[in-house]
Write a protein that binds this ligand. Sequence first.
Ligand SMILES: Nc1ncnc2c1ncn2[C@@H]1O[C@H](COP(=O)(O)OP(=O)(O)O)[C@@H](O)[C@H]1O
Ligand SMILES: [Mg+2]
Length: 225
Amino acid sequence: MSALLELKNLTVRRGQKTLFRNFNLSLKNGEKVIIAGPNGVGKTTLAETILGFNPFEGEIFFKGRPIKGEKDFKFLRTKVGYIFQNPDDQLFMPTVWEELAFGPQNLGFPQEEIEKRINRVLELLNIKHLKDRTTFNLSFGEKRLVSIGCVLTMEPEILLLDEPSNGLDLKNWKRVRDFLQTTEKAVILITHDKELIQSLRWKVVYLTNLSLENLIEQQTNTGLR
Ligand SMILES: Nc1ncnc2c1ncn2[C@@H]1O[C@H](COP(=O)(O)OP(=O)(O)O)[C@@H](O)[C@H]1O
Ligand SMILES: [Mg+2]
C-alpha cells in the first residue's frame, strides 16, 4: 500500500536563500514523526509548504495521488489538520464550543454529529471544563488545547502540529503530551522540546540547511569561492 503522505526531494527557497533541499518524508497510516531543527531553519515553512502555501520544487503525494495545483492542495487541507505555531492565529469564535463546532459545521455535518464530535474531543483532550468559556479569556495553554480540538473535530487523517508544547504550563503540557501519546492518527510533530521528544520516543527527522550544496552556495554568495 502506498504511504499516506509522501514528500519527495522537497526544496524551498526564500529569495536567494535555500531553506532546505531535497527533504524526503514518508508517513504511513497511524505513523508518527517528529521534525526537529534549530530556530529559523524552515520548520514552519515546511508545514506551510505541505499545505500548499509556498512555492516548492519536488513532489508531494497523498495516498499515491500527486498533489500539485490549488485544487489538490484544497483537498489535502481537508486531510491534514494543521495546528498553527500560535493558537491566536487559529481561534476566532466567541466561545470554545463555537470554536470546536466551526469546522464540522462548515463541512455540513448535522447538529447531532457535531455535538458527538465535540464531546469526544473535549474528553480526548481532557478539557471538558473549558466548553462554555469565552475564547479570548483562555490562558495560552488552554488556547493551545482548543486549537488542537478545533482541528480534531474535522477528523483529519494526519495531524500536523507546529511546536504545540511551547510556552505551556505543566498541566496543559501534560494534556498535550498525553494526547499525542495516545492518538491513533498519523502525526507530524514539529518540535524542539527535548522533554517531549524523550517522552514520546518517536522517530525524529532533523531539518537542516547544512547540506554540502548549501555550504557551496553560501560560500559562492559571500565570495569565498
Ligand atoms: N513570510 C516570510 N517572508 C520571508 N522570509 C520568511 C518568512 N517567514 C519566515 N521567513 C524566514 O524563513 C526562514 C525559516 O523560517 P521558519 O520556517 O519560520 O523557521 P522555523 O519554523 O524552523 O523557526 C527564517 O530565516 C525566516 O526568517
Ligand atoms: Mg517555526
